[in-house]
Write a protein of this length. Structure first.
Length: 251
């Protein structure tokens, strides 16, 4: 059986109890009712609409919802969810589940990553997979898929600038959730002036290098793979020649 690769950077929380779906529905950016058809990608935001954490919500046994989140955000997210729980009939527990992922043929217990087909499949259980052999950064750069803690920064990132609509991470018809008003206003009342895009980079420019357009600040390089990278750009300045240090940057 194909086990895939262990992803040691992830923690799985279990959300249980009679109110689990209504509890999450009022907090996260996506419609939790979609979990009846499969895994859901979502985020939790500040009241000001800024990103706090992103995660996959996966149907578990006996109606439990598994929440697959980066290790670096797990403790804070657990505290935040517990704070919001109040009188809801909800259990929130850390599990020891292993997260595996892979491309190609999937094991019988796998689910498709809901963000993009290029991310392959994920599976959850006691069994560990093998070491990583896939260049996930190259895949993310090719498809402009932001990563927790790299492009997605708590209290800074706006999810629409990070492509959450394209990555199936937000639902504009589900109703209220924390940060919903700001997100809806960005969607319907303004044209995005900033955001993550994939760029070509010709020359030496490590992640974190500022991007200038005609000498004016235009953005920052993030994940780089070969001569391509994910960059956060002011979209109204991308018509001018762009430089990251001595490197030439083009859309």
């Amino acid at each position: 059986m194909t086990l895939g690769e262990t992803d040691p950077t992830r923690t799985v929380l279990a959300i249980s109890g009679d109110d689990r779906e209504s509890f999450l529905q009022g907090l996260v950016t996506n419609d939790i009712r979609k979990i009846a058809q499969g895994p859901v990608y979502a985020a939790i935001l500040t009241p000001q609409g800024k990103y706090l954490a992103d995660f996959l919500l996966v149907p578990g046994p006996d109606g439990t919802i598994w929440l697959d989140v980066a290790n670096t955000l797990a403790d804070d997210l657990l505290k935040r969810l517990t704070m919001y729980r109040l009188r809801a009939r909800v259990g929130i527990d850390r599990t020891a589940l292993q997260v595996r992922r892979g491309l190609g043929p999937a094991p019988s217990d796998a689910i498709a990553d809901p963000r993009h087909p290029a991310l392959g499949w994920r599976a959850y259980g006691d069994a560990a997979g093998g070491p990583s052999s896939i260049d996930w950064d190259a895949i993310r750069v090719d498809h402009c898929i932001p990563e927790t803690g790299i492009e997605l920064i708590p209290n800074e990132t706006y999810i629409l600038e990070a492509g959450f609509e394209r990555l199936n991470g937000v639902d504009f018809r589900k109703g209220c959730y924390v940060g919903q008003e700001v997100t809806a206003r960005m969607k319907h009342k303004t044209e995005l002036r900033k955001g993550f895009v994939t760029v070509s980079v010709s020359g030496d420019a490590p992640p974190g290098t500022p991007i200038l357009a005609n000498g004016r600040e235009a953005g920052t390089l993030f994940t780089r793979s070969g001569n391509r990278a994910i960059a956060y750009l002011r979209l109204d300045r991308t018509d001018a020649p762009m430089m990251a240090g001595e490197a030439v940057v083009t859309l």
